[in-house]
Ligand binder design. Structure first.
Ligand SMILES: NC(=O)c1ccc[n+]([C@@H]2O[C@H](COP(=O)([O-])OP(=O)(O)OC[C@H]3O[C@@H](n4cnc5c(N)ncnc54)[C@H](O)[C@@H]3O)[C@@H](O)[C@H]2O)c1
Length: 309
């Protein structure tokens, strides 16, 4: 049977993701849906014309079409306005997620639900609770985008190819996210060893600069052009690829935690193994006590919002 991805919410993020998925020819069929039905119909037609080169069927659909999906991407909601924090959006988008979960539940027959809507960790948790799918089947993009931005900043600062950098941001997709320097590798060398070999001082100043630039990147883009969507669309494509190819790729991914690092009843990103069933397990490698404390604080911060929903 052909591979299929459904995208719920065909705004800037949903439509760009559908386009990125179609342009890559990752699956046979992409279905887009939105409360703004005509918008979704128009996007489906437009993307479909481009998808002629990858033989991808791109079409408009409704909730019954989530049946048979390998991945259900949830990107419906309200976008962050300039000056608004991701957590400000929680109440509005939590309600949209709950309504969508009721509909998804009616037609769900397998596959992974990938939440994108912000605050993505809170939405991932709510979807998990509402859908009650097998463990790991509801995931969120979490810090996938933050990690991509982190690698981009490291690459610019150190003057080294992005593809040489393995680095992850863990915790909340938001203000309390945590850079894990211990796990930052430049083609096999720890970043500290790489900098030493290159004569670059690897000190608190450079770390603070890289992290600060990464952290403000989202708000900077929103201030400049009103929204961010290309970066997240690429992150979504990467996660969908790991799922449809069942590649067991290790990546930062958000899901409800069950005691990892002693964290319960919240969702944040840790390093997970992603394949056809979603996140099959999280890794809990030893990390510095300072970073671990920050990850726990970040988890507590997301839980505080969840508890208010
Ligand atoms: N996780 C991340 O890293 C990341 C990055 C960028 C944006 N986002 C989030 O993605 C979400 C979408 O952003 P956007 O820029 O595409 O916003 P947008 O306003 O362009 O699109 C949202 C779409 O959702 C639709 N929608 C609203 N309620 C719906 C419902 N009940 N059912 C179906 N569709 C519904 C709207 O009609 C609209 O087309 C936002 O929450 C945004 O914050 C997340």
């Amino acid at each position: 049977m052909g591979k299929k991805i459904s995208v719920i919410g065909c705004g800037k993020v949903g439509a760009t993701s559908a386009f990125a998925l179609a342009a890559r020819g990752l699956v046979d069929e992409i279905v887009v849906m939105d409360v703004a039905k005509d918008k979704a119909r128009g996007e489906a037609m437009d993307i479909s014309h481009g998808a002629i080169f990858t033989d991808t069927l791109v079409r408009y659909g409704e909730y019954p079409d989530v049946a048979g999906s390998d991945v259900i991407v949830f990107a419906a909601g309200v976008g962050r306005k300039p000056g608004e924090s991701r957590l400000d959006l929680a109440a509005k988008n939590a309600a949209i997620a709950r309504d969508a979960a009721k509909e998804i539940k009616k037609y769900y027959d397998g596959g992974v639900v990938l939440c994108v809507t912000n605050p993505v960790d809170v939405v991932t948790y709510i979807m998990t609770q509402e859908l009650k799918l097998p463990k790991g089947a509801v995931i969120g993009t979490g810090t996938a985008l933050d990690s991509a931005r982190f690698k981009d900043e490291i690459s610019k600062k150190l003057g080294i190819a992005k593809s040489d950098i393995m680095a992850s941001i863990l915790g909340e997709h938001g203000d309390s996210c945590v850079p894990v320097w211990d796990m930052t590798i430049v083609n096999g060398l720890h970043i500290g060893a790489y900098c030493f070999a290159m004569g670059i001082p690897f000190d608190e100043t450079i770390k603070t600069e890289i992290f600060a630039d990464m952290k403000t990147a989202g708000a900077d883009i929103i201030a400049l052009k009103g929204a961010t969507y290309y970066g997240i669309a690429s992150a979504i494509t990467g996660i969908c690829k790991a799922i449809v190819r069942n590649s067991n790729t290790m990546m930062p991914i958000s899901a409800k935690l069950n005691g990892e690092y002693g964290i319960h009843n919240t969702a944040i990103s840790l390093l997970g193994i992603v394949g056809k069933n979603g996140v099959s397990r999280f890794l809990v490698p030893e990390i510095g006590s300072h970073e671990l404390a920050l990850i726990k604080e970040s988890a507590a911060r997301v839980k505080e919002v969840i508890d208010q929903m």
